[in-house]
Design a protein. Structure first.
Length: 240
């Protein structure tokens, strides 16, 4: 939001994931001298998500290893951080009649969950995605998207004998692998005909299903259309 023809003084980046972090780094690399603020809902410094379902879940890596840039390094970059704080409202304070420059285009106001308000000449929204939840999902069911999610799931894997995974895409398959490595009985439910069909297509997906079954995961079909959250009703084949 806002114009870039006149250098903005304060760039406010909402979302301290990979996209938010790289935005701040690239702004500095491109010579931006003004203030940069980074707002992140999670309390952690920006970290790399792919290892969450791989090395971190497997217990091979600890959280320190996946940090992309710690707080000191962000400080060195001249980035002020607001972590553990969610942006809850975005308002434009501009006057649409004026078109003379950045200041005339107005500023943006971002309200934070702790009641504070930040003002930016430019606001970058880099809030990523969230995992879809099942309708009426019970609180003890795990979701895997954040570092805290991964640590909670890892702790549970140490004390369970069986696991049902809803979603047979890459992340579901990786969780299945980590659980099987611990000897846990795994059932994967997938709404499409075969796992990872959207990414790999039907024939490679069928191969994934065979590989999963060979590694002693049960792969069943969940009811629901691919575009919408599946219902939690396992197909009869998954109830073996
Ligand atoms: C378990 C797992 C494994 C993955 N493995 C791979 C892989 O092997 N290869 C691959 O290419 N990709 C992988 N991905 C996907 C990859 O991690 C994403 O593409 C990447 O995280 C996208 O980065 P992002 O910054 O756009 O969004 P995100 O990583 O989602 O970051 C957005 C951030 O914004 C914060 N936020 C959201 N709303 C607000 C708000 N209102 N106020 C403040 N902050 C907010 C969120 O808390 C989050 O920290 C994986 C993802 C997961 C979850």
């Amino acid at each position: 939001m806002g114009g870039m023809s006149v250098q903005p003084e304060h760039v406010l980046v909402v979302g301290a994931g990979l996209a938010g972090l790289r935005t701040t780094e690239q702004l500095r690399a491109a010579g931006h001298q003004g203030r940069i603020s980074l707002v992140g809902a999670e309390r952690h410094a920006p970290y790399d998500r792919p290892p969450l379902s791989k090395q971190l879940l497997a217990g091979e890596w600890e959280p320190e290893r996946i940090v992309l840039r710690d707080l000191d390094a962000l400080d060195e970059l001249g980035v002020r951080t607001y972590l553990g704080t969610e942006a809850v409202a975005l308002r434009h304070q501009g006057s649409p009649e004026h078109h003379g420059g950045a200041s005339d285009r107005g500023r943006c106001e971002v309200e934070l969950s702790d009641g504070a308000t930040l003002h930016g000449d430019v606001v970058v929204v880099a809030t990523g995605v969230v995992a879809r939840r099942l309708p009426d999902q019970p609180t003890h069911v795990h979701t895997l998207r954040t570092l805290d999610d991964a640590l909670a799931l890892r702790a549970v894997l140490d004390r369970i004998g069986s696991l049902v995974i809803v979603g047979g895409g890459f992340i579901g398959a990786e969780v299945a692998g980590a659980a099987r490595a611990r000897g846990i009985a795994v059932t994967v439910l997938e709404a499409l005909d075969v796992p990872a069909e959207r990414a790999l297509g039907a024939s490679l997906g069928a191969l994934v299903a065979r590989l999963m079954s060979r590694r002693a995961s049960t792969c069943g079909r969940a009811r629901g259309s691919p575009g919408s959250p599946p219902t939690v009703s396992p197909s009869p084949t998954a109830r073996r």
